[in-house]
Design a protein around this ligand. Structure first.
Ligand SMILES: Nc1ncnc2c1ncn2[C@@H]1O[C@H](COP(=O)(O)OP(=O)(O)OP(=O)(O)O)[C@@H](O)[C@H]1O
Ligand SMILES: [Mg+2]
Length: 238
């Protein structure tokens, strides 16, 4: 059955691992809350966790939880927290687990019952495998969510960004916007790179986020234009 995605829900992908998906997802959560949305972030699968206080904890999941204005059950905020910081299907196999798309889909559905806007963070780049056959692009397609592409501004990012945009379009998904995130303070001609991408990517640039020595999501939120993603809601309305 075809249905339109719920307004306010987005899938955050990136040009690579470690390029700012979590930071931008958290900033989107702050921005959504500022617009009057009860927002919560989820991580589809987390690889790399520490056993603290009797449970496995992952940095991305904790950051998303901290930035959320709505509270989620643990199983919704991340259905799989895997100890090893390696490719997710390999981290899962290492503990005898097969990642199940249905379980991840259910986590998203539970999240929608607790929050008006659900920001879903992918893992690594867009074609990271989840099981023997499917990857995070297939999951985004299954969730039918508009995609926000975080481009980690560094040498090589133009091709990575354009390839990702192609993969998003190939799945019939909508690229709702992209963010230029300046992760490399030494990148030369970084603004010319942003302009090149602005010209070629088929979606609006919703933020040009500078390099920050102490990046924090609330400050980053001030660099994002989210009025289309999260139209102002009256906080008093149900
Ligand atoms: N604009 C920025 N300025 C400075 N540092 C940044 C910026 N954006 C991200 N970083 C830093 O880069 C690192 C990676 O960011 P982040 O964890 O958000 O990446 P990610 O894409 O979510 O990674 P993963 O693939 O592991 O989920 C973090 O230490 C973060 O603080
Ligand atoms: Mg992350």
């Amino acid at each position: 059955m075809h249905h339109d995605p719920r307004p306010g829900d987005v899938f955050v992908t990136g040009t690579d691992t470690e390029i700012g998906k979590t930071l931008i997802a958290c900033a989107l959560l702050h921005a959504a809350a500022r617009q009057g949305w009860r927002a919560a972030g989820i991580k589809i699968t987390a690889a790399g966790a520490d056993y603290i206080g009797g449970r496995w904890q992952n940095e991305d999941v904790e950051q998303l939880r901290h930035a959320s204005s709505a509270t989620l059950p643990d199983a919704a905020s991340c259905p799989y927290i895997l100890p090893q910081a390696v490719a997710p299907h390999i981290a899962a196999a290492a503990i005898g687990v097969t990642l199940d798309m249905e379980t991840i889909h259910r986590a998203y559905q539970i999240a929608t019952a607790h929050a008006d806007a659900v920001v879903v963070e992918g893992v690594g780049g867009f074609r990271v495998p989840l099981d023997d056959h499917q990857d995070t692009a297939d999951l985004a397609q299954r969730l039918r969510l508009p995609v926000i592409l975080v481009v980690g501004m560094r040498l090589g990012c133009i091709s990575h960004a354009l390839l990702t945009a192609e993969a998003i379009a190939a799945r019939g998904l909508r690229l709702a916007g992209w963010v230029a995130n300046h992760v490399d303070p030494d990148m030369q001609h970084s603004e010319a790179n942003v302009q090149t991408l602005a010209h070629r990517l088929p979606a609006p640039l919703i933020g040009n986020v500078p390099y920050m020595t102490q990046p924090d999501p609330e400050t980053v939120a001030q660099h994002l234009r989210v009025s289309t993603l999260f139209p102002t809601r009256n906080l008093a309305s149900p």
